[in-house]
Design a protein around this ligand. Structure first.
Ligand SMILES: Nc1nc2c(c(=O)[nH]1)N[C@H]1C(S)=C(S)[C@@H](COP(=O)(O)O)O[C@H]1N2
Ligand SMILES: [Mo]
Length: 521
Protein backbone atom coordinates (compact mmCIF):
# COMPACT_ATOMS: atom_id res chain seq x y z
CA UNK A 1 0.00 0.00 0.00
CA UNK A 2 2.88 2.37 0.60
CA UNK A 3 3.62 2.44 -3.11
CA UNK A 4 0.32 4.22 -3.90
CA UNK A 5 1.10 6.95 -1.41
CA UNK A 6 4.51 7.69 -2.84
CA UNK A 7 3.12 7.85 -6.39
CA UNK A 8 0.57 10.46 -5.37
CA UNK A 9 3.21 12.43 -3.57
CA UNK A 10 5.20 12.89 -6.77
CA UNK A 11 2.23 14.05 -8.88
CA UNK A 12 0.94 16.76 -6.65
CA UNK A 13 -2.32 18.23 -7.72
CA UNK A 14 -2.31 21.95 -8.42
CA UNK A 15 -4.90 24.48 -7.35
CA UNK A 16 -7.61 24.66 -10.07
CA UNK A 17 -7.60 27.88 -12.06
CA UNK A 18 -10.93 29.22 -10.92
CA UNK A 19 -9.74 28.88 -7.37
CA UNK A 20 -6.60 30.71 -8.38
CA UNK A 21 -8.85 33.59 -9.47
CA UNK A 22 -10.48 33.54 -6.04
CA UNK A 23 -7.07 33.53 -4.35
CA UNK A 24 -6.00 36.51 -6.45
CA UNK A 25 -9.14 38.48 -5.60
CA UNK A 26 -8.83 37.67 -1.90
CA UNK A 27 -5.14 38.62 -1.77
CA UNK A 28 -5.73 41.77 -3.83
CA UNK A 29 -8.59 42.82 -1.56
CA UNK A 30 -6.36 42.22 1.45
CA UNK A 31 -3.59 44.38 -0.01
CA UNK A 32 -6.03 47.24 -0.72
CA UNK A 33 -7.92 46.88 2.57
CA UNK A 34 -4.71 46.91 4.60
CA UNK A 35 -3.41 49.85 2.56
CA UNK A 36 -6.56 51.84 3.38
CA UNK A 37 -6.33 50.83 7.02
CA UNK A 38 -2.66 51.80 7.43
CA UNK A 39 -3.24 55.07 5.58
CA UNK A 40 -6.15 55.98 7.84
CA UNK A 41 -4.35 55.24 11.10
CA UNK A 42 -1.21 57.10 10.03
CA UNK A 43 -3.17 60.07 8.57
CA UNK A 44 -1.66 59.85 5.11
CA UNK A 45 -3.34 59.78 1.70
CA UNK A 46 -5.02 56.45 0.92
CA UNK A 47 -3.38 54.52 -1.95
CA UNK A 48 -6.53 54.61 -4.10
CA UNK A 49 -6.96 58.37 -3.57
CA UNK A 50 -3.32 58.94 -4.42
CA UNK A 51 -3.59 56.94 -7.66
CA UNK A 52 -6.88 58.67 -8.51
CA UNK A 53 -5.31 62.10 -8.04
CA UNK A 54 -2.31 61.18 -10.19
CA UNK A 55 -4.61 59.87 -12.92
CA UNK A 56 -6.52 63.17 -12.86
CA UNK A 57 -3.33 65.24 -13.13
CA UNK A 58 -1.84 63.09 -15.88
CA UNK A 59 -4.94 62.37 -17.97
CA UNK A 60 -4.71 63.77 -21.50
CA UNK A 61 -7.14 66.53 -22.43
CA UNK A 62 -9.38 64.32 -24.60
CA UNK A 63 -9.84 61.90 -21.72
CA UNK A 64 -10.73 64.67 -19.27
CA UNK A 65 -13.18 66.16 -21.75
CA UNK A 66 -14.72 62.72 -22.30
CA UNK A 67 -14.96 62.07 -18.55
CA UNK A 68 -16.62 65.42 -17.84
CA UNK A 69 -19.02 65.08 -20.79
CA UNK A 70 -19.96 61.53 -19.83
CA UNK A 71 -20.02 61.67 -16.05
CA UNK A 72 -20.30 65.40 -15.30
CA UNK A 73 -19.68 66.18 -11.64
CA UNK A 74 -19.78 62.41 -10.91
CA UNK A 75 -16.49 62.00 -12.75
CA UNK A 76 -14.56 61.28 -9.52
CA UNK A 77 -16.96 58.50 -8.58
CA UNK A 78 -16.59 57.05 -12.08
CA UNK A 79 -12.82 57.16 -11.69
CA UNK A 80 -12.98 55.44 -8.30
CA UNK A 81 -15.15 52.68 -9.75
CA UNK A 82 -12.76 52.43 -12.71
CA UNK A 83 -9.69 52.04 -10.50
CA UNK A 84 -11.36 49.39 -8.34
CA UNK A 85 -12.53 47.50 -11.44
CA UNK A 86 -9.03 47.50 -12.93
CA UNK A 87 -7.56 46.33 -9.62
CA UNK A 88 -10.15 43.55 -9.42
CA UNK A 89 -9.48 42.29 -12.94
CA UNK A 90 -5.72 42.44 -12.39
CA UNK A 91 -6.00 40.55 -9.09
CA UNK A 92 -8.09 37.86 -10.76
CA UNK A 93 -5.59 37.44 -13.60
CA UNK A 94 -2.62 37.42 -11.24
CA UNK A 95 -4.28 34.74 -9.12
CA UNK A 96 -4.85 32.52 -12.18
CA UNK A 97 -1.25 33.02 -13.31
CA UNK A 98 0.09 32.35 -9.83
CA UNK A 99 -1.39 28.83 -9.87
CA UNK A 100 1.23 27.83 -12.48
CA UNK A 101 3.99 30.24 -11.52
CA UNK A 102 3.56 31.66 -8.05
CA UNK A 103 6.15 34.36 -8.65
CA UNK A 104 4.01 36.05 -11.34
CA UNK A 105 1.38 36.76 -8.70
CA UNK A 106 3.93 38.01 -6.21
CA UNK A 107 5.67 40.29 -8.72
CA UNK A 108 2.31 41.55 -10.00
CA UNK A 109 1.08 42.58 -6.57
CA UNK A 110 4.48 44.15 -5.87
CA UNK A 111 4.14 46.27 -9.04
CA UNK A 112 0.74 47.57 -7.88
CA UNK A 113 2.29 48.30 -4.48
CA UNK A 114 5.07 50.33 -6.10
CA UNK A 115 2.54 52.28 -8.21
CA UNK A 116 0.48 53.11 -5.10
CA UNK A 117 3.59 54.09 -3.16
CA UNK A 118 4.95 56.27 -5.96
CA UNK A 119 1.59 57.99 -6.41
CA UNK A 120 1.33 58.68 -2.68
CA UNK A 121 4.83 60.15 -2.38
CA UNK A 122 4.21 62.30 -5.43
CA UNK A 123 1.13 63.99 -3.95
CA UNK A 124 1.82 67.54 -2.74
CA UNK A 125 2.28 67.69 1.02
CA UNK A 126 2.81 63.95 1.40
CA UNK A 127 6.13 62.76 2.80
CA UNK A 128 7.98 59.46 2.28
CA UNK A 129 5.86 57.85 4.99
CA UNK A 130 2.90 57.98 2.62
CA UNK A 131 4.43 55.06 0.73
CA UNK A 132 4.19 52.76 3.74
CA UNK A 133 0.50 51.75 3.45
CA UNK A 134 0.91 50.63 -0.18
CA UNK A 135 4.14 48.78 0.56
CA UNK A 136 2.80 47.00 3.64
CA UNK A 137 -0.46 46.11 1.89
CA UNK A 138 1.42 44.71 -1.11
CA UNK A 139 3.84 42.65 1.02
CA UNK A 140 1.03 41.02 2.99
CA UNK A 141 -1.13 40.57 -0.12
CA UNK A 142 1.72 38.95 -2.09
CA UNK A 143 2.61 36.62 0.78
CA UNK A 144 -1.00 35.51 1.23
CA UNK A 145 -1.39 34.87 -2.51
CA UNK A 146 1.80 32.79 -2.47
CA UNK A 147 0.50 30.75 0.45
CA UNK A 148 -2.99 30.29 -1.03
CA UNK A 149 -1.82 28.86 -4.33
CA UNK A 150 0.65 26.39 -2.79
CA UNK A 151 -0.48 22.77 -2.79
CA UNK A 152 -0.71 21.65 0.80
CA UNK A 153 0.24 18.60 2.76
CA UNK A 154 -2.70 16.81 4.23
CA UNK A 155 -1.90 15.21 7.54
CA UNK A 156 -3.37 11.72 7.57
CA UNK A 157 -4.50 10.58 10.97
CA UNK A 158 -2.05 8.07 12.28
CA UNK A 159 -0.37 7.75 8.92
CA UNK A 160 2.44 9.52 7.13
CA UNK A 161 2.12 13.23 6.25
CA UNK A 162 2.90 12.87 2.61
CA UNK A 163 1.96 15.94 0.50
CA UNK A 164 -1.18 14.70 -1.17
CA UNK A 165 -1.98 17.88 -3.02
CA UNK A 166 -4.58 20.49 -2.94
CA UNK A 167 -7.08 20.65 -0.12
CA UNK A 168 -10.21 22.41 -1.26
CA UNK A 169 -11.67 22.85 2.21
CA UNK A 170 -8.56 24.42 3.65
CA UNK A 171 -8.23 26.63 0.61
CA UNK A 172 -11.75 27.96 0.95
CA UNK A 173 -11.29 28.54 4.66
CA UNK A 174 -8.02 30.40 4.13
CA UNK A 175 -9.48 32.49 1.28
CA UNK A 176 -12.56 33.26 3.34
CA UNK A 177 -10.37 34.39 6.23
CA UNK A 178 -8.39 36.58 3.84
CA UNK A 179 -11.51 38.23 2.44
CA UNK A 180 -12.87 38.73 5.95
CA UNK A 181 -9.62 40.34 7.10
CA UNK A 182 -9.60 42.55 4.00
CA UNK A 183 -13.18 43.63 4.65
CA UNK A 184 -12.56 44.41 8.31
CA UNK A 185 -9.34 46.33 7.55
CA UNK A 186 -11.00 48.24 4.70
CA UNK A 187 -14.08 49.03 6.79
CA UNK A 188 -11.92 50.23 9.68
CA UNK A 189 -9.97 52.40 7.27
CA UNK A 190 -13.16 53.89 5.82
CA UNK A 191 -14.56 54.39 9.32
CA UNK A 192 -11.40 56.12 10.56
CA UNK A 193 -11.24 58.32 7.47
CA UNK A 194 -14.93 59.20 7.87
CA UNK A 195 -14.22 60.16 11.47
CA UNK A 196 -11.37 62.39 10.35
CA UNK A 197 -13.62 64.14 7.84
CA UNK A 198 -16.43 64.64 10.35
CA UNK A 199 -13.91 66.03 12.89
CA UNK A 200 -12.82 68.49 10.22
CA UNK A 201 -16.43 69.38 9.42
CA UNK A 202 -17.02 70.03 13.09
CA UNK A 203 -13.93 72.23 13.31
CA UNK A 204 -15.06 74.07 10.17
CA UNK A 205 -18.56 74.56 11.57
CA UNK A 206 -17.29 76.98 14.22
CA UNK A 207 -18.97 80.27 13.29
CA UNK A 208 -16.75 83.12 12.17
CA UNK A 209 -16.36 86.02 14.59
CA UNK A 210 -18.72 88.86 13.68
CA UNK A 211 -16.43 91.77 14.42
CA UNK A 212 -15.55 94.43 11.87
CA UNK A 213 -17.38 93.13 8.83
CA UNK A 214 -17.98 95.60 6.05
CA UNK A 215 -21.23 94.14 4.81
CA UNK A 216 -21.85 94.72 1.12
CA UNK A 217 -25.12 95.55 -0.50
CA UNK A 218 -28.24 94.29 1.18
CA UNK A 219 -30.14 91.73 -0.85
CA UNK A 220 -33.60 93.19 -1.37
CA UNK A 221 -36.53 90.78 -1.70
CA UNK A 222 -37.10 91.81 -5.32
CA UNK A 223 -33.70 90.41 -6.33
CA UNK A 224 -35.70 87.21 -6.55
CA UNK A 225 -38.44 87.13 -9.17
CA UNK A 226 -38.88 83.35 -9.09
CA UNK A 227 -37.54 80.79 -6.66
CA UNK A 228 -36.62 77.80 -8.83
CA UNK A 229 -33.12 79.26 -9.02
CA UNK A 230 -32.58 81.01 -5.68
CA UNK A 231 -30.79 84.35 -5.98
CA UNK A 232 -28.31 83.12 -3.36
CA UNK A 233 -27.29 79.53 -4.03
CA UNK A 234 -27.34 77.46 -0.82
CA UNK A 235 -23.92 75.99 0.06
CA UNK A 236 -25.02 72.40 -0.36
CA UNK A 237 -26.42 73.14 -3.84
CA UNK A 238 -23.42 75.16 -5.00
CA UNK A 239 -21.67 73.52 -7.96
CA UNK A 240 -18.34 71.95 -7.19
CA UNK A 241 -15.49 71.70 -9.69
CA UNK A 242 -11.90 70.79 -8.89
CA UNK A 243 -9.20 68.29 -9.67
CA UNK A 244 -9.20 66.92 -6.11
CA UNK A 245 -10.08 63.22 -6.04
CA UNK A 246 -11.55 63.82 -2.60
CA UNK A 247 -10.47 67.06 -0.89
CA UNK A 248 -7.43 67.92 1.17
CA UNK A 249 -7.75 67.17 4.90
CA UNK A 250 -6.57 70.41 6.47
CA UNK A 251 -6.24 71.01 10.19
CA UNK A 252 -6.77 74.69 10.59
CA UNK A 253 -4.31 75.05 13.49
CA UNK A 254 -1.48 73.73 11.36
CA UNK A 255 -2.52 75.63 8.24
CA UNK A 256 -1.20 78.92 6.90
CA UNK A 257 -0.52 80.35 3.46
CA UNK A 258 2.38 82.42 2.27
CA UNK A 259 2.63 85.50 0.12
CA UNK A 260 5.89 85.35 -1.72
CA UNK A 261 7.74 86.10 -4.95
CA UNK A 262 8.07 89.68 -6.16
CA UNK A 263 7.15 91.31 -2.86
CA UNK A 264 9.14 93.47 -0.45
CA UNK A 265 8.17 91.46 2.65
CA UNK A 266 7.12 87.86 2.22
CA UNK A 267 4.30 86.99 4.62
CA UNK A 268 2.98 83.89 6.30
CA UNK A 269 -0.70 84.29 7.10
CA UNK A 270 -2.45 82.02 9.61
CA UNK A 271 -6.18 81.52 10.04
CA UNK A 272 -6.09 83.67 13.16
CA UNK A 273 -4.29 86.41 11.21
CA UNK A 274 -7.00 86.36 8.55
CA UNK A 275 -9.81 86.51 11.08
CA UNK A 276 -8.13 89.42 12.87
CA UNK A 277 -8.00 91.53 9.69
CA UNK A 278 -10.85 93.77 8.50
CA UNK A 279 -13.44 91.63 6.74
CA UNK A 280 -15.73 92.37 3.84
CA UNK A 281 -18.88 90.59 2.70
CA UNK A 282 -19.73 90.65 -1.00
CA UNK A 283 -22.27 89.03 -3.31
CA UNK A 284 -20.27 87.41 -6.10
CA UNK A 285 -21.34 84.91 -8.75
CA UNK A 286 -18.75 82.24 -9.45
CA UNK A 287 -18.72 80.59 -12.88
CA UNK A 288 -16.85 77.64 -14.32
CA UNK A 289 -15.36 78.05 -17.77
CA UNK A 290 -16.62 74.54 -18.57
CA UNK A 291 -20.20 75.72 -18.23
CA UNK A 292 -22.06 75.03 -21.47
CA UNK A 293 -24.67 77.48 -22.74
CA UNK A 294 -27.65 76.78 -20.48
CA UNK A 295 -25.47 74.85 -18.02
CA UNK A 296 -25.48 74.89 -14.25
CA UNK A 297 -21.79 75.24 -13.33
CA UNK A 298 -22.53 78.63 -11.80
CA UNK A 299 -23.54 79.76 -8.33
CA UNK A 300 -24.06 82.98 -6.43
CA UNK A 301 -22.95 83.39 -2.81
CA UNK A 302 -22.28 85.97 -0.16
CA UNK A 303 -18.54 85.61 0.30
CA UNK A 304 -16.79 86.89 3.36
CA UNK A 305 -13.09 87.48 3.64
CA UNK A 306 -10.14 89.81 3.55
CA UNK A 307 -9.54 91.99 0.52
CA UNK A 308 -6.59 90.64 -1.44
CA UNK A 309 -5.31 94.20 -1.92
CA UNK A 310 -5.01 94.62 1.88
CA UNK A 311 -2.84 91.50 2.10
CA UNK A 312 -0.77 92.35 -0.96
CA UNK A 313 -0.21 95.92 0.24
CA UNK A 314 1.12 94.54 3.50
CA UNK A 315 3.61 92.44 1.54
CA UNK A 316 4.42 95.26 -0.88
CA UNK A 317 4.07 94.18 -4.50
CA UNK A 318 7.08 95.05 -6.65
CA UNK A 319 6.46 96.83 -9.98
CA UNK A 320 7.94 93.93 -11.97
CA UNK A 321 5.15 91.56 -10.85
CA UNK A 322 2.71 90.64 -13.63
CA UNK A 323 0.75 87.77 -12.24
CA UNK A 324 -0.87 86.72 -8.97
CA UNK A 325 -0.08 83.01 -9.09
CA UNK A 326 -1.64 80.85 -6.42
CA UNK A 327 -1.20 77.25 -5.34
CA UNK A 328 -3.57 75.05 -3.36
CA UNK A 329 -2.67 72.61 -0.61
CA UNK A 330 -3.24 69.81 -3.15
CA UNK A 331 -0.87 71.35 -5.68
CA UNK A 332 -3.36 72.91 -8.12
CA UNK A 333 -2.33 76.29 -9.52
CA UNK A 334 -3.78 79.28 -11.34
CA UNK A 335 -2.94 82.88 -12.08
CA UNK A 336 -4.48 86.22 -13.03
CA UNK A 337 -3.16 89.72 -13.74
CA UNK A 338 -1.91 91.74 -10.75
CA UNK A 339 -4.29 94.48 -11.90
CA UNK A 340 -7.30 92.36 -10.93
CA UNK A 341 -6.19 92.58 -7.30
CA UNK A 342 -5.95 96.38 -7.34
CA UNK A 343 -8.47 97.72 -9.86
CA UNK A 344 -11.18 98.17 -7.27
CA UNK A 345 -12.99 94.89 -7.71
CA UNK A 346 -13.45 92.97 -4.48
CA UNK A 347 -10.83 90.28 -5.04
CA UNK A 348 -10.61 88.49 -1.73
CA UNK A 349 -9.25 85.67 0.34
CA UNK A 350 -12.58 84.22 1.47
CA UNK A 351 -13.18 82.41 4.75
CA UNK A 352 -16.97 82.45 4.75
CA UNK A 353 -19.77 81.51 2.37
CA UNK A 354 -23.40 82.50 2.89
CA UNK A 355 -22.97 83.21 6.60
CA UNK A 356 -21.17 79.96 7.32
CA UNK A 357 -17.52 79.06 7.53
CA UNK A 358 -16.27 78.02 4.09
CA UNK A 359 -17.34 74.40 3.51
CA UNK A 360 -14.64 71.73 3.11
CA UNK A 361 -15.60 71.15 -0.54
CA UNK A 362 -15.41 74.85 -1.33
CA UNK A 363 -11.92 75.51 -0.02
CA UNK A 364 -11.81 75.49 3.78
CA UNK A 365 -10.00 77.15 5.50
CA UNK A 366 -9.57 79.84 2.82
CA UNK A 367 -9.89 80.37 -0.92
CA UNK A 368 -9.58 83.10 -3.48
CA UNK A 369 -12.66 84.70 -5.03
CA UNK A 370 -12.02 87.17 -7.83
CA UNK A 371 -15.11 88.83 -9.33
CA UNK A 372 -15.33 88.67 -13.11
CA UNK A 373 -12.82 85.89 -13.78
CA UNK A 374 -13.61 82.24 -14.43
CA UNK A 375 -12.75 79.94 -11.54
CA UNK A 376 -9.94 78.11 -13.32
CA UNK A 377 -7.73 81.23 -13.46
CA UNK A 378 -8.63 82.71 -10.10
CA UNK A 379 -10.64 80.86 -7.48
CA UNK A 380 -8.01 78.69 -5.72
CA UNK A 381 -9.58 76.61 -2.98
CA UNK A 382 -7.56 75.28 0.00
CA UNK A 383 -5.12 78.14 -0.47
CA UNK A 384 -1.45 77.40 0.27
CA UNK A 385 0.52 80.07 -1.54
CA UNK A 386 0.16 83.37 -3.36
CA UNK A 387 3.19 84.17 -5.46
CA UNK A 388 3.74 87.45 -7.26
CA UNK A 389 5.50 86.51 -10.44
CA UNK A 390 5.85 87.00 -14.20
CA UNK A 391 3.69 85.34 -16.86
CA UNK A 392 6.37 82.66 -17.28
CA UNK A 393 4.66 80.52 -14.71
CA UNK A 394 1.55 78.78 -16.00
CA UNK A 395 -1.48 77.72 -14.03
CA UNK A 396 -2.75 74.12 -14.08
CA UNK A 397 -5.17 74.48 -17.01
CA UNK A 398 -3.09 76.72 -19.29
CA UNK A 399 -0.71 74.06 -20.69
CA UNK A 400 -3.81 71.85 -20.98
CA UNK A 401 -5.26 74.07 -23.69
CA UNK A 402 -7.14 76.80 -21.84
CA UNK A 403 -6.50 80.53 -22.15
CA UNK A 404 -4.23 82.46 -19.83
CA UNK A 405 -6.69 85.35 -19.56
CA UNK A 406 -10.26 84.42 -18.82
CA UNK A 407 -12.80 87.14 -18.02
CA UNK A 408 -16.30 85.74 -17.65
CA UNK A 409 -18.44 86.14 -20.77
CA UNK A 410 -21.90 87.67 -20.68
CA UNK A 411 -24.50 84.91 -20.62
CA UNK A 412 -28.15 84.26 -19.92
CA UNK A 413 -30.16 81.14 -19.23
CA UNK A 414 -33.81 80.10 -19.30
CA UNK A 415 -34.70 78.19 -16.13
CA UNK A 416 -38.50 78.16 -16.06
CA UNK A 417 -41.43 78.22 -18.51
CA UNK A 418 -44.58 77.94 -16.47
CA UNK A 419 -48.29 78.65 -16.76
CA UNK A 420 -49.34 81.44 -14.38
CA UNK A 421 -52.44 79.49 -13.40
CA UNK A 422 -53.56 76.05 -14.36
CA UNK A 423 -51.53 73.29 -15.89
CA UNK A 424 -48.48 74.03 -18.00
CA UNK A 425 -48.93 72.84 -21.53
CA UNK A 426 -52.25 74.62 -22.11
CA UNK A 427 -52.51 77.94 -23.93
CA UNK A 428 -52.66 81.08 -21.78
CA UNK A 429 -50.53 83.29 -19.56
CA UNK A 430 -47.01 82.03 -18.94
CA UNK A 431 -43.90 83.25 -17.21
CA UNK A 432 -40.50 82.59 -18.68
CA UNK A 433 -37.70 83.24 -16.20
CA UNK A 434 -34.02 82.70 -15.68
CA UNK A 435 -30.71 84.29 -14.75
CA UNK A 436 -28.19 86.43 -16.61
CA UNK A 437 -24.62 87.27 -15.70
CA UNK A 438 -21.81 89.58 -16.83
CA UNK A 439 -19.65 89.68 -13.72
CA UNK A 440 -17.90 92.90 -12.92
CA UNK A 441 -19.52 94.68 -15.87
CA UNK A 442 -23.03 94.14 -14.59
CA UNK A 443 -26.23 93.10 -16.35
CA UNK A 444 -28.13 96.00 -17.90
CA UNK A 445 -30.79 94.32 -20.00
CA UNK A 446 -32.23 90.90 -20.78
CA UNK A 447 -34.33 90.26 -23.86
CA UNK A 448 -36.45 87.35 -24.97
CA UNK A 449 -37.46 86.37 -28.44
CA UNK A 450 -40.26 83.92 -29.22
CA UNK A 451 -40.24 82.15 -32.58
CA UNK A 452 -37.81 84.63 -34.15
CA UNK A 453 -40.10 87.54 -33.41
CA UNK A 454 -38.40 90.81 -32.39
CA UNK A 455 -36.56 90.88 -29.08
CA UNK A 456 -38.62 92.05 -26.13
CA UNK A 457 -37.26 93.26 -22.82
CA UNK A 458 -37.68 91.09 -19.76
CA UNK A 459 -38.26 92.40 -16.25
CA UNK A 460 -35.07 92.34 -14.17
CA UNK A 461 -34.59 91.48 -10.52
CA UNK A 462 -33.02 94.12 -8.27
CA UNK A 463 -29.45 95.03 -9.22
CA UNK A 464 -27.51 93.81 -6.20
CA UNK A 465 -23.97 93.99 -7.56
CA UNK A 466 -22.18 94.15 -10.89
CA UNK A 467 -20.40 91.01 -9.71
CA UNK A 468 -23.59 89.01 -9.23
CA UNK A 469 -26.09 87.54 -11.60
CA UNK A 470 -29.58 88.98 -12.04
CA UNK A 471 -32.82 87.18 -12.34
CA UNK A 472 -35.13 88.03 -15.21
CA UNK A 473 -38.78 87.30 -15.92
CA UNK A 474 -40.89 87.59 -19.06
CA UNK A 475 -44.67 87.35 -19.31
CA UNK A 476 -45.81 85.44 -22.31
CA UNK A 477 -49.21 84.81 -23.79
CA UNK A 478 -48.71 81.32 -25.13
CA UNK A 479 -50.65 80.09 -28.12
CA UNK A 480 -51.11 76.55 -29.34
CA UNK A 481 -48.18 74.94 -31.12
CA UNK A 482 -44.47 74.48 -30.80
CA UNK A 483 -42.48 77.56 -29.79
CA UNK A 484 -38.81 78.43 -29.73
CA UNK A 485 -37.63 80.68 -26.93
CA UNK A 486 -34.29 82.52 -26.99
CA UNK A 487 -32.72 84.81 -24.43
CA UNK A 488 -29.85 87.28 -24.56
CA UNK A 489 -28.26 89.69 -22.09
CA UNK A 490 -26.57 93.05 -22.48
CA UNK A 491 -23.92 94.23 -20.02
CA UNK A 492 -23.60 97.74 -18.62
CA UNK A 493 -20.95 98.66 -21.18
CA UNK A 494 -23.72 98.28 -23.74
CA UNK A 495 -22.42 95.07 -25.24
CA UNK A 496 -24.89 92.30 -26.00
CA UNK A 497 -23.76 88.70 -25.63
CA UNK A 498 -22.73 87.18 -28.93
CA UNK A 499 -25.02 84.81 -30.80
CA UNK A 500 -22.02 83.06 -32.26
CA UNK A 501 -21.69 79.64 -30.66
CA UNK A 502 -18.38 78.58 -29.15
CA UNK A 503 -17.37 75.57 -27.08
CA UNK A 504 -16.26 76.05 -23.48
CA UNK A 505 -12.60 75.62 -24.41
CA UNK A 506 -10.40 77.59 -24.58
CA UNK A 507 -12.07 80.45 -22.66
CA UNK A 508 -15.81 80.03 -22.23
CA UNK A 509 -18.87 78.99 -24.24
CA UNK A 510 -20.93 81.54 -26.16
CA UNK A 511 -24.24 81.56 -28.00
CA UNK A 512 -27.86 82.05 -27.03
CA UNK A 513 -29.67 79.63 -24.79
CA UNK A 514 -32.62 78.31 -26.81
CA UNK A 515 -35.39 76.04 -25.67
CA UNK A 516 -38.47 74.56 -27.28
CA UNK A 517 -41.90 74.27 -25.68
CA UNK A 518 -45.07 72.72 -26.98
CA UNK A 519 -48.43 74.23 -26.07
CA UNK A 520 -51.33 71.88 -26.70
CA UNK A 521 -54.09 74.46 -26.69
N1 LIG B 1 -7.53 73.78 -5.30
C1 LIG B 1 -8.34 73.94 -6.36
N2 LIG B 1 -9.04 75.09 -6.48
C2 LIG B 1 -9.86 75.27 -7.53
C3 LIG B 1 -9.98 74.29 -8.53
C4 LIG B 1 -9.22 73.10 -8.39
O1 LIG B 1 -9.26 72.19 -9.22
N3 LIG B 1 -8.42 72.96 -7.29
N4 LIG B 1 -10.85 74.49 -9.59
C5 LIG B 1 -11.24 75.87 -9.91
C6 LIG B 1 -12.39 75.91 -10.80
S1 LIG B 1 -12.12 75.35 -12.39
C7 LIG B 1 -13.59 76.45 -10.44
S2 LIG B 1 -14.80 76.72 -11.58
C8 LIG B 1 -13.85 76.85 -9.03
C9 LIG B 1 -15.09 76.18 -8.52
O2 LIG B 1 -15.30 76.47 -7.16
P1 LIG B 1 -16.42 75.69 -6.36
O3 LIG B 1 -16.11 74.22 -6.46
O4 LIG B 1 -16.38 76.21 -4.97
O5 LIG B 1 -17.72 76.00 -7.05
O6 LIG B 1 -12.77 76.49 -8.18
C10 LIG B 1 -11.50 76.73 -8.69
N5 LIG B 1 -10.56 76.44 -7.64
MO1 LIG C 1 -13.95 75.79 -13.56
Amino acid sequence: MTTTLSTEATTRQKVPRRFGALAGLAAGALAVGLGMFFAAITDVVSPIDAVGSEVIDRAPKWLKTYAIETFGTDDKLALRIGIITILGIAALALGVAAVRRWWIGVVGIAVFGVVGAAAAIHRPGEAGGSAVPSVLGAIVGAFVLYKLVQPRSIPYPGASQAPLGWDRRRFLLASGATVATATVAGAMGVQKEGQRVSDLREAAAVPLPVSEVDAGAEIPPDAELFDDTPFVTPNDEFYRIDTAFSFPRIEVDKWSFEITGMVDTPLTVTYADLLAMPQVERVITLTCVSNEVGGDLIGNAVWRGVLLSDLLNEAGVQPSAEQVFSTSVDGWTCGFPVAAAFDGRDAMVAVGMNGATLPLEHGYPARLVIPGLYGYVSATKWLAKIKLTSWDEQGYWVPRGWSRDAPIKTQSRVDVVRAVSGASGAAGEYVIAGVAWAQHRGVDKVEVSIDDEPWQEAKLGADVSDDAWRQWLFEWDATEGEHRIRVRATDKTGETQTEETARPDPNGATGYHRIKVTIDG
